[in-house]
Design a protein around this ligand. Structure first.
Ligand code: FE2
Length: 483
């Protein structure tokens, strides 16, 4: 039961080596999570409790829950009937041993402001999870950590292993259910990742690497059916392990909304398994066809309908891949294949979504986007009045996954950044950083949103958390004002 990752166990945490986590908070409920590693196979029953204080003297709810090998001994308990905007402390117990105590928080019901941490792309082999430690240490009241995907990486390639003490397990590309479970288990044994989960509730979506590189609904660039079998099977394993190991509410579809009252609504997208069709190069026939989708019909209708009807001032979109169009040729002269996986690789559906903002007079849309491993800010032009922006986009750097700092001299990367700004097709680009890692803190007020790009080095245990750039997005303007 301990499996291949046993050597990473911190004995004092037995049998809750993988810590605790919480997720999908609303103003009344949230999920609490743990994984127990029992000594013997079979169904086990553990107890949980949630309290108003860190010493867990003022217990508000408790119960028992069962788990077994069919869910890899993970446990998810949905706790309802909580008070809005409150901190809670929770823990689990089994066989006389208790887990660490996790802190979590319900969302406020109709707040004047909210503070989110937005992250993506934590490749274990590419660096230490210092950014997770920094997030765990944050003194400000964080309403939720929004993870935009690439929580694990399914590959096994010497090219991406930047630290010899962080070899991914199993030592192969993930295909079977056991493979995916083992990789999640290894990530969850990282003390810094555990710490961030112990301190804040997370809201997760996936991107491709929870499944296979450049995944779409019926296949993936990184899936070879001859060697790796049926893609549907692999997808089933990837999805099952994700729902087991991530503190997310069990639900039929990953795309969903989170309400912050009249202040904001967060639309979380599934850019992979819900309805994405295969990537295509812009030179191929049919590239612009409206049949080609990133979200799929059902999800894009849901998104447009939700954005049109919401009463919330700010419409946040938890977006797995960049929406803005930009010319990346200063960095990669032949860019066609790279852009194919972004929204710009699906111009039909992209245009449908973008046009709906203008046609339905939807204001204050902020895309929060993962995947690129770099930091970005864009003002996205209105397709009907190209001199006026209709939405803004903030791209979050990776926690640790490689970006352009890997293997390139700093001067070269700085020159690329300058050339990107200067490129005539990049007039919508307000900010780019191709070389730092970390997270974005987003503070939302009625009259403005403030974004702070925090940079945290990943290559040594010694680290600093520094704000590298910040911006203000005033209400009603669809504008990025850099600070
Ligand atoms: Fe990534």
């Amino acid at each position: 039961m301990a499996g291949e990752t046993e050597s990473f166990f911190e004995k004092s945490l037995a049998p809750f080596y993988h810590g605790v986590a919480s997720g999908d908070p609303t103003s009344r409920e949230l999920v609490i999570w743990t994984r127990v590693t029992p000594e013997y196979e079979g169904e086990i029953e553990l107890s949980w409790k949630i309290a108003l204080d860190s010493l867990q003297k003022k217990i508000v709810q408790k119960g028992v829950i069962k788990t077994d090998h069919t869910r890899d001994y993970t446990v998810k308990q949905l706790v309802s009937g909580l008070q809005p905007g409150r901190y809670y402390w929770y823990s689990f117990a089994f066989n006389g041993k208790t887990s660490v105590v996790g802190r979590t928080k319900t969302l406020p019901e109709n707040p004047d402001s909210i503070r989110l941490v937005v992250i993506s792309c934590n490749a274990y082999e590419a660096g230490y999870f210092n950014a997770f430690q920094a997030i765990g240490d944050k003194k400000e009241k964080i309403d939720a950590v929004v993870h935009l995907g690439d929580y694990i990486y399914e590959g096994f390639s010497a090219r991406f292993i930047e630290l010899s003490d962080r070899i991914p397990l199993p030592k192969k590309e993930l295909v079977t259910l056991l493979d995916y479970r083992t990789r999640y288990a290894q990530y969850r044994l990282d003390a810094q990742l555990r710490y961030a989960h112990q301190r804040h509730p997370f809201i997760h979506i996936w991107d491709d690497h929870e499944i296979a590189n450049d995944a779409y609904q019926t296949g993936a660039q990184g899936h070879n059916p001859e060697e790796e079998g049926d893609f549907e099977e692999r997808k089933k394993h990837a999805r099952k392990a994700f729902y087991e190991w991530v503190a997310i509410k069990d639900q039929p579809a990953l795309f969903r909304k989170v309400s912050f009252g009249e202040l904001a609504e967060l639309f979380l997208l599934d850019g992979r398994l819900e309805g994405r069709t295969e990537q295509m190069a812009p030179t191929e026939r049919g590239f612009t066809s409206p049949e080609r989708r990133l979200l799929g019909q059902r999800q894009s209708e849901w998104l447009i309908d939700g954005l049109t009807k919401t009463k919330a001032t700010w419409k946040l979109i938890g977006n797995p891949v960049l929406f803005a169009e930009y010319n990346f040729s200063p960095v990669i002269p032949n860019i066609a294949t790279r852009k194919a996986d972004n929204w710009s690789g699906y111009p039909g559906e992209r245009n449908e979504v973008l046009s709906s903002f203008s046609l339905n007079s939807i204001r204050n849309i902020l895309f929060l986007s993962g995947d690129s491993h770099c930091s970005w800010a864009f003002e996205i032009p209105d397709p009907f009045h190209t001199t006026k922006p209709i939405a803004v986009e903030v791209g979050v750097p990776s926690i640790s996954s490689g970006n352009w700092d890997s293997g390139n001299p700093l001067e070269t990367v700085l020159r690329w950044e300058k050339e990107l700004y200067a490129h005539p097709e990049n007039q919508d680009l307000e900010y780019v950083n191709l070389r730092d890692h970390g997270y974005v803190e987003v503070v939302i007020f009625k009259d403005q949103v403030q974004c702070f790009w925090h940079y945290v080095n990943k290559d040594s245990h010694e680290y600093m958390d520094q704000v590298g750039k910040s911006c203000v997005i005033p209400q009603g303007a669809n504008q990025i004002i850099l600070k």
